[in-house]
Design a protein around this ligand. Structure first.
Ligand code: MF3
Ligand code: CO
Ligand code: CO
Length: 269
């Protein structure tokens, strides 16, 4: 859709207006509410297709639109990435086993605004090392978000995430990044989850983007499977991800995809 209001920075990043925050707030809340419903459905024996069917039906029931169905040929209402799948896992016949960890990523369009968020879930008893990966990944996202305020840079966000993750002896995926969004799904900038303090574009009030770090227990390298979507760790180590959609405010940022029920992390209590 052609954007007509607001302005675009030298780096090609759209600056939204005060009134636009309400659109993002509503879209973000719908996406978060759908993720809030999934905890009780995730358990050993369930297929990822069954989870996606639930999400598709819930999106329809709410009278909103899935951003992923029909996006570049993708046919599902979510991405479900299990264990060593880094992102863009395709829901299907895979049956969850005890101890599996999975990211569920949902993007909805509400009145033209995009709400994009993902969280980690566990099936049955999750091993301690997987739980620790999830905990570090969540905290890395929150540290990235804490670096968001006008005058800071995108590099400051990346540095906050990377330095925390690497201190925990885990690795940050380089091959996928966060993105601007708003009335479009993916827009400039690429939001890197690694970087140097003071590098990259300067943050300004009115920027809308996602932060969605993918963290691996082993090495950072990924590869995309023959289905052209599923990204996995090359060394088959476990991977985790959390994603929020946020907007830069005068003093910091607003998280549009907070869980109304406080279930973002931990996911299942
Ligand atoms: N929601 C994903 C993101 O965070 C994008 C999924 S695109 C799909 O940007 F086509 F794979 F669904
Ligand atoms: Co995203
Ligand atoms: Co997403």
């Amino acid at each position: 859709m052609e954007e007509t209001r607001g302005r675009v920075t030298r780096d090609g990043i759209r600056i939204y207006e005060d009134a636009d925050f309400q659109g993002m707030r509503t879209a973000g809340r719908v996406a978060a509410e759908i993720l809030d419903m999934l905890g009780p459905l995730v358990h050993p024996g369930v297929t990822t297709a069954a989870l996606d069917d639930f999400i598709r039906e819930e999106i329809a029931r709410r009278g909103v639109v899935s951003a992923t169905i029909g996006y570049r040929g993708y046919e599902h209402a979510s991405c479900i990435s299990v264990n060593h799948v880094v992102c863009h896992g395709i829901p299907g016949t895979k049956v969850l086993a005890d101890g599996d960890i999975l990211n569920i990523d949902v993007t909805v369009i509400v009145d033209g605004w995009f709400g994009d968020t993902s969280r980690m879930y566990g099936a049955g008893n999750v091993p301690r090392k997987a739980e620790r990966l999830i905990e570090i990944t969540h905290e890395s996202l929150m540290r990235g978000i804490a670096a968001v305020k006008p005058g800071n840079t995108f590099g400051d966000i990346g540095f906050a995430i990377q330095s925390y993750v690497e201190a925990a002896r885990m690795s940050v995926v380089r091959d996928f990044c966060g993105h601007g969004l708003g009335r479009v799904f993916h827009a400039p900038p690429n939001v890197l989850h690694y970087g140097r303090v003071g590098s990259g574009a300067v943050l300004e009030e009115g920027m809308f983007f996602t932060i969605e770090p993918m963290v691996n227990l082993g090495r950072p390298e990924t590869k995309v499977l023959a289905d052209d979507w599923t990204a996995v760790t090359r060394d088959k180590s476990l991977s985790a991800q959390f994603e929020h959609s946020i907007g830069v405010t005068a003093t910091g940022c607003e998280i549009f995809t907070l869980s109304p029920a406080g279930k973002f992390y931990p996911t299942q209590d």
